[in-house]
Design a protein around this ligand. Structure first.
Ligand SMILES: [Zn+2]
Length: 479
């Protein structure tokens, strides 16, 4: 058996959601057989991968003055309760701890569904004067929400295992506005490094995050034609601070409410990367993120076993100084190893046999294009660095092509109806609520958000009323 059967996937274009589940399992990212629905085990390979993703985010957070903290995972009901007035039905999605041992406890405790409430409660002590502001903190923690819809690994879960939430506190509304712009810049850099294409939209007033002045969402389109929200940046102004009596003393000794923002992403970012770049052989990982960047596979010939293995070790030692390398000298057959490492998305495979040994060459196979080339064993670090740059460029342009094919700009309601379910659709909108509502009623889907004032000088007309358009709005099926 060559090993192909063990690594066979349902074709992605035939049944995306089955392909997605299979690839997570066969590439050993997740074990889906946890006894609680909507919760998953992260396997060593998956954990290394998500760590590489989160490391990029951590670097971006640190470079922009955000400090990491850790708040405990349980929140008393009294504290959380103040948030219920903002979010309808929120209470029903919470996991409650109601017993300690055999005793019922007096005050219920919630498994962290969100962190705003507990942070604001505590920050009353941290923030007293304008000198304490701005304050920028973040944490990467699990959050728990009882999801009633059908759960999906990484996409719709009951435990978000890697929730990166940033929370910031400012003296003025203008400072909070600037922070939101900073949050958007961070997310752009993050998704650019992940090679995940996106659009950033402001949500409609009727779909704004409860308790917020406004918020931006970052969206991508998945291979099944559904939009996926990849993160959001929220400006609460002083609304949350008022609910939690979060005040500071300004320069004139006057008490004022703090202005706050929050921004979050999760393992959905990895779900998008896997879905957009993966193919019917498995994952395709950008070199920067791949837990293993190069796998070396010896192709042993009789009489040359020791020489080939020695050459493999020499190449491995040289490359390990610069890259994450794995020499697969296990007893599995080479064909099996090829399929296995293709499934795991290793960007470069190096094959070394008798011929390569004699010529002092290497046969290189690229996961992104499946191209094979032979290179000299001299200056291999330079050669491979250049191939990695090329892989990244080519994956980036593939992602752009993908996004362009999966999105469309239309000029009529019929245009929306024709493409809905298959693509993410943009159209011209004057910005009036009644036109927005009419689009939603006629199409039966919600507006995902709009790119603010992007059509002001375009000469385009609102799809409903025909007045001068202001925004490019986006609509589509979504997760
Ligand atoms: Zn209009």
């Amino acid at each position: 058996m060559s090993g192909r059967e063990a690594f066979e996937l349902t074709p992605k274009e035939e049944n995306f959601s089955r392909w997605f589940d299979e690839v997570l399992f066969k590439a050993e990212i997740l074990d889906e057989k946890y006894p609680i629905k909507g919760m998953y085990i992260w396997l060593p390979f998956g954990y290394e991968l998500i760590e590489n993703v989160m490391d990029i985010m951590e670097r971006l957070m640190r470079d922009t003055g955000h400090k990491r903290v850790y708040f405990p995972g349980v929140v008393p009901e009294r504290v959380l309760g103040r948030e219920f007035k903002f979010i309808k039905g929120f209470e029903d999605s919470i996991y409650w701890i109601t017993k300690l041992g055999r005793q019922n406890i007096e005050e219920k405790l919630a498994l962290r569904p969100t962190s705003e409430a507990i942070m604001y409660e505590v920050l009353n002590r941290w923030i007293t004067s304008y000198k304490d502001l701005p304050l920028r903190i973040y944490q990467i923690v699990p959050v728990y929400r009882y999801e009633t819809k059908a759960t999906r690994p990484m996409l719709r879960v009951r435990e978000i295992a890697f929730f990166k939430e940033g929370h910031t506190f400012h003296a003025t509304y203008e400072d909070a506005v600037k922070q939101v712009e900073l949050g958007i810049r961070i997310y752009k850099k993050f998704y650019d490094e992940l090679l995940v294409p996106y659009v950033i939209v402001k949500t409609t007033p009727w779909d704004t995050f409860p308790g917020a002045k406004y918020n931006y969402d970052i969206l991508t389109i998945m291979p099944d034609g559904k939009a996926l929200e990849l993160g959001s940046v929220i400006n609460f102004g002083d609304l949350f601070a008022k609910a939690y009596s979060l005040e500071y003393m300004d320069k004139n000794g006057e008490k004022k409410h703090v202005n706050t923002t929050s921004f979050g992403i999760s393992e959905r970012s990895l779900a998008a990367l896997v879905s957009i770049h993966g193919d019917n052989r498995g994952l395709k990982l950008p070199p920067k993120l791949a837990p293993i960047q190069i796998v070396i596979i010896p192709i042993v010939s009789k009489g040359y076993e020791e020489k080939i293995n020695e050459y493999c070790r020499e190449v491995s030692d040289t490359l390990s100084k610069e890259f994450r390398v794995f020499l697969d000298d296990s007893e599995d057959r080479p064909g099996y190893k090829f399929y296995k490492w293709e499934m795991k998305g290793v960007p470069i495979r190096i094959e070394i046999g008798k011929k390569e040994y004699k010529e002092r060459t290497l046969t290189i196979s690229r996961r992104d294009s499946m191209e094979r080339v032979k290179i000299s064993a001299d200056d291999i670090v330079e050669s491979l660095s250049s191939i990695f740059r090329d892989i990244e460029d080519s994956m980036r342009s593939q992602a752009e092509d993908y996004f362009n094919k999966r999105t469309v700009h239309v000029t009529s309601i019929e245009g929306i109806k024709k493409n809905i379910g298959d693509k993410m659709i943009s159209f011209a909108w004057c910005g009036l609520d009644e036109c927005g509502h009419e689009v939603e009623e006629k199409v039966g889907y919600s507006i995902l958000g709009y790119e603010e004032n992007t059509l002001v000088d375009s000469g385009e007309k609102c799809i409903i009323c025909g007045r001068k358009a202001k925004h490019k709005a986006w609509i589509g099926r979504s997760y």
